[in-house]
Design a binder for this molecule. Structure first.
Ligand SMILES: NC(=O)c1ccc[n+]([C@@H]2O[C@H](COP(=O)([O-])OP(=O)(O)OC[C@H]3O[C@@H](n4cnc5c(N)ncnc54)[C@H](O)[C@@H]3O)[C@@H](O)[C@H]2O)c1
Length: 344
């Protein structure tokens, strides 16, 4: 089985590359990633030791390079994690989000159609908009799409384009909409890595508004297992919600992290709220559970393991913050390729 993982040098994609190499001995995995500020080859250190893995530095908006990669790769499946993923950046600079998240996805859809490749789009629960604070409601796959930010609007547009390619061209494709992920190797601009890194350095931990906004959390490993389940058992043309029923207010998440790092709550710095800030997310995942998937990582254990990972990996934090796109002696220029097993 030959798999393309677009955006595999980012947070969740780097877990998915590892998952596929570990769980599928017959899998050859190619990662195509632009290496934006959020992606780093350092996050693929172990896969790069595996002869079944290869890396191409490339932009999914570049149709000519994408065609080359598809022609060489003879893929059975393509999974798209590549995205501009930070809501605050989408408020400051929305245009890049439409380019990568919608047009880049469409470039992959065209390549999949041409080469007969099964496609999976990794999307987000944020496409549904938000729920009232404290409500017991949950979004199902049939809920209306009411995205609040340019980020979630661009993801919703891409979801609709995928489904349109299924209906109009008969493309074999699925979409998953996941809750917020936690785990190793998340770029330190999102709540959990920011809180851990600030706490460890005894710096103030910024928290939007009064911290009462609620997020539904899932470990990146459970999310990757869900995508694998959808690839194996999901029906083409369908959407699947992916969550672990772990809704937590942002302030409670930060308090938990401060306790785990042994720092006082006085480090919390309440900052001006995000524009259009979603109040609450919660997902009904019965459609995915009917395929036999369930989350395996208990919330408390998963968060504690995540905090330990950042404590043990200062080197990764330094590399990714300095934007050093290199691993040992490997530098990858745009369009450049690295084969796994050539490094150790
Ligand atoms: N992080 C979450 O909590 C979460 C939750 C639900 C869904 N998602 C979705 O999962 C996917 C991955 O999220 P993440 O948190 O790992 O994001 P991330 O920002 O950590 O990684 C994104 C990756 O995509 C790459 N990339 C960006 N633009 C590209 C382009 N034009 N061409 C090729 N590569 C490009 C980046 O270099 C990076 O490696 C995204 O599509 C996101 O919308 C994320």
């Amino acid at each position: 089985m030959n798999i393309l993982v677009a955006g595999g040098a980012g947070f969740i994609g780097s877990h998915f590359v590892r998952h596929m190499l570990k769980e599928h001995p017959d899998a050859n995995v190619t990662c195509m990633d632009k290496l934006t500020y959020a992606g780093n080859i350092t996050s693929l250190k172990e896969p790069l030791c595996d002869g079944r893995f290869s890396f191409v530095r490339g932009d999914i908006c570049n149709a000519a390079l994408t065609e080359e990669v598809f022609a060489e790769g003879r893929f059975d499946v393509a999974v798209n994690f590549a995205a501009e993923s930070h809501v605050d950046r989408s408020i400051a600079s929305p245009r890049e989000f439409s380019a990568t998240n919608l047009m880049g996805t469409q470039t992959l859809l065209d390549a999949c159609l041409k080469h007969g490749v099964r496609f999976h789009q990794v999307s987000t629960d944020e496409v549904y908009g938000d729920l009232p604070a404290g409500s017991a409601l949950k979004f199902t796959e049939e809920s209306a799409l009411r995205p609040s930010s340019p980020y979630s609007a661009s993801k919703a547009a891409a979801d609709l384009m995928v489904l349109a390619y299924c209906r109009t061209f008969g493309l074999k494709a699925t979409v998953s909409r996941s809750a917020n992920n936690y785990g190793a190797r998340q770029f330190p601009e999102k709540l959990i890595p920011v809180a851990v890194i600030c706490a460890r350095r005894n710096r103030r931990v910024p928290l939007f508004g009064d911290g009462s906004n609620e997020r539904d959390w899932i470990s990146a490993e459970d999310h990757c297992r869900a995508i694998d389940t959808i690839l194996q058992k999901g029906a083409c043309g369908e959407v699947y919600n992916v969550g672990a029923d772990s809704v937590c207010a942002n302030i409670d998440m930060v308090r938990r992290i401060l306790a785990l790092t042994g720092r006082p709550e006085s480090l919390i710095d309440f900052v001006c709220d995000r524009k259009g800030h979603d109040r609450r997310y919660a997902l009904d995942c019965s459609k995915l559970r009917a395929l036999g998937w369930e989350p395996l990582v208990p919330f408390g254990e998963g968060i504690a393991a995540t905090v330990r990972w950042y404590e043990d990996n200062d080197g990764w934090v330094d590399d990714i913050l300095s934007g050093a796109y290199m691993l040992k002696n490997i530098r990858v220029p745009p369009g450049g390729r690295v084969s796994g097993g050539k490094t150790s």
